[in-house]
Design a protein. Structure first.
Length: 331
């Protein structure tokens, strides 16, 4: 299928007719000799007198070549394009922000890895998040680390290898020893402000109660709900712990429910993996589909035809001129 980028230029096909009808015939002046005995010279030579003004006429083949060349030139200016078959592209319609608690209590070794070895809570989170990221094909992931204050470690990206490298570089206490859960929600809201997707989700992993936020978690969650951000909270560690390791399950439940999300408890690596599987079931991937048809310009073919036609017309004129010159020489 062929389409033209500038189809209105085909009006130029009428330009030769407009010029032909509106402008006078081209005149060329030449030197001549006037003699008083012209009629006697005609009688002696036997030649018939002809008109002094002659309108040159092209051969029929020349007219056809000129018309074809002009059509090729106008068609090239209209920029014909070859339209290819439709190509569809799918782009994720979801942005996922992961907020990880780096307070001192994340160093407790009460998680067991697949090999049976006890590991810290943070190490278990990193292991499961690495597997989670591998299944996020099409999504964009962001990363927030929080302790005394939240910090944006990675903006939304589909470069998962870099995202995992930034996650693995995180260490316990690098953001402080407290748990600013509410401020982490507030930071995620500001990051989501620049997101173009409608499906927004925040997953918060924490093992402590909020004791350092300027904005209470529940108040921050209400703002998140207004911004169409769904929060899934995951309590890491023993729910019956006390002191700094105590998990405020009521706050986590209220935060999740107020945004339409859910709250979970992860007591070990296996249960943490099950939590992510449940989130996948509740939040299936969504895609925006875009379709386009590739366009390839083919105007150069018409320019080539114009050039070849022009050369052919010149060859015909040259041949006709040499033939006429030969006849005059013989005469």
């Amino acid at each position: 299928m062929i389409e033209f980028a500038y189809p209105y230029l085909f009006f130029l096909l009428l330009l030769p007719f407009v010029i032909h009808w509106s402008l006078p015939v081209y005149k060329e002046k030449k030197e001549s000799l006037q003699v008083p005995f012209f009629l006697r010279l005609v009688d002696v030579t036997g030649e018939k007198p002809q008109s002094g003004a002659v309108v040159l006429k092209r051969m029929r083949i020349q007219k056809l070549l000129v018309a074809f060349a002009w059509c090729c030139l106008v068609t090239a200016m209209a920029k014909p394009e070859q339209i290819g078959a439709p190509i569809s592209q799918q782009k994720s319609a979801r942005d996922l922000m992961i907020a990880v608690d780096l307070s001192g209590s994340m160093s407790v070794q009460d998680f067991v890895d697949p090999s049976g070895k006890k590991v810290t809570r943070l190490a278990a989170v990193k292991t499961v998040l690495a597997e989670f990221a591998k299944n996020r094909k099409g999504d964009r992931l962001g990363l927030i680390l929080f302790g005394d204050a939240p910090y944006l470690q990675a903006p939304f990206t589909d470069d998962f290898s870099t995202w995992l490298a930034l996650l693995n570089a995180a260490d316990i206490g690098m953001a402080g020893q407290s748990t600013a859960f509410g401020d982490a929600i507030g930071l995620s809201i500001s990051v989501f402000e620049n997101s173009q997707t409608a499906n927004r989700m925040l997953i918060v992993l924490t093992d402590g109660n909020d004791n350092g936020s300027k904005v209470p978690p529940i108040d921050a969650a209400k703002i998140a709900a207004d911004k169409n951000i769904k929060i899934y909270s995951i309590a890491i560690g023993d729910p019956i712990a006390t002191g700094e390791e105590k998990v405020d399950l009521s706050v986590l439940n209220s935060v999740a429910e107020s945004t339409g999300g859910q709250s979970y408890q992860a007591l070990d690596t296996e249960s943490l993996q099950q939590v992510y599987a449940q989130i996948d079931e509740l939040e299936p991937q969504q895609f925006d589909s875009k379709s386009f048809r590739p366009r390839t310009s083919i105007h150069h073919y018409f320019i080539l035809m114009f050039a070849l036609t022009y050369l052919l017309a010149l060859a015909i004129v040259s041949h006709r001129s040499s033939k006429t010159t030969g006849v005059d020489a013989n005469g």
